[in-house]
Design a protein around this ligand. Structure first.
Ligand code: MLT
Length: 267
């Protein structure tokens, strides 16, 4: 469906009913990243998966910073009449979840941080983002898919799950040049979320594919160590897009966490 918000049109998929869970995709994905989760929603939970600005069916957002995207998420929640939600993010979606927590903490009931990390880009990382922007402008979006695919999935997926590679490759090739360039701006200007971790007071689940090469397990262990009371789940046989590569294991840990959160915390 398309939702009209005060910050523009947003493509959103929805499944299940009950307490809201907002799922924020990574780079360069779109809302279909979460299809395996929306196919099996936890009981009593309403899953909402938006396309982030400039991806899928969401309008491009002119201020390409994650802080401004966090305000954009709050505007989406207003349009959906969702005052507070459990919020999950994979990789870039996790960076955005940190920004949402900093800017709108009362709107966050719980956090699910999948295959993500707290640190900002290094100077070398920023130079690579700028190089990617030039490449995309010159050669089109396929170059990002070609460059990123090897690191996106783990060895087990590369060796045994051709259908996951096909789905992910098609998803990455659907991105637009402007959407990618904006997201790269947002990624390279994001703040360091390390000081944010000790401020997190909501239930938090950290998940990571054991074969994640882009945000290795050590990053998730560091999040778990710094966020008081958090839980950590490592998914064997999965890489960076652990929700797509190992949906059964991912959904099991996610559902158990959501059910426990609903039981223990007020809406
Ligand atoms: C992602 O999956 O969102 C990206 O790998 C994040 C990044 O490039 O930092």
């Amino acid at each position: 469906m398309i939702i009209r918000t005060r910050r523009g049109a947003v493509g959103v998929d929805e499944a299940g009913s009950g307490e809201p869970l907002l799922l924020l995709h990574g780079f360069p994905h779109d809302r279909t990243l979460w299809a395996p989760q929306l196919a099996a929603p936890a009981p009593g939970v309403r899953y909402l998966a938006p396309d982030l600005p400039g991806f899928g069916e969401s309008e491009r957002h002119l201020e390409a910073t994650l802080d401004d995207w966090a305000d954009w998420v709050a505007a989406l929640m207003d349009a959906l009449a969702v005052p507070r939600a459990m919020v999950g993010g994979l990789s870039m979606g996790g960076y955005l979840a940190f920004a949402l927590w900093r800017r709108h903490p009362r709107r966050v009931r719980a956090l699910v941080l999948a295959d993500t990390k707290a640190g900002a880009d290094t100077e070398e990382g920023r130079a690579k983002r700028r190089e990617m922007q030039e490449l995309v402008r010159r050669e089109g979006v396929g170059v990002v898919a070609d460059r990123m695919m090897p690191g996106m999935v783990g060895k087990t997926t590369r060796d045994t799950r051709p259908e996951v590679i096909r789905v992910l490759d098609a998803m990455m090739r659907r991105a637009s040049v402007d959407g990618l360039v904006d997201a790269l701006d947002a990624l390279m200007t994001r703040s360091d979320s390390t000081p944010t971790l000790e401020t997190i007071t909501v239930p938090t689940l950290v998940l990571c594919g054991e074969e994640d090469a882009l945000t290795p397990v050590a990053e998730s262990r560091a999040l778990h160590a710094a966020i008081a009371g958090s839980s950590l789940g490592i998914l064997p046989g999965a890489g960076h897009v652990s929700n797509l590569e190992e949906p059964t294991g991912f959904n099991g840990l996610l559902s158990a966490f959501l059910t426990a959160t609903i039981r223990r915390t007020p809406p």
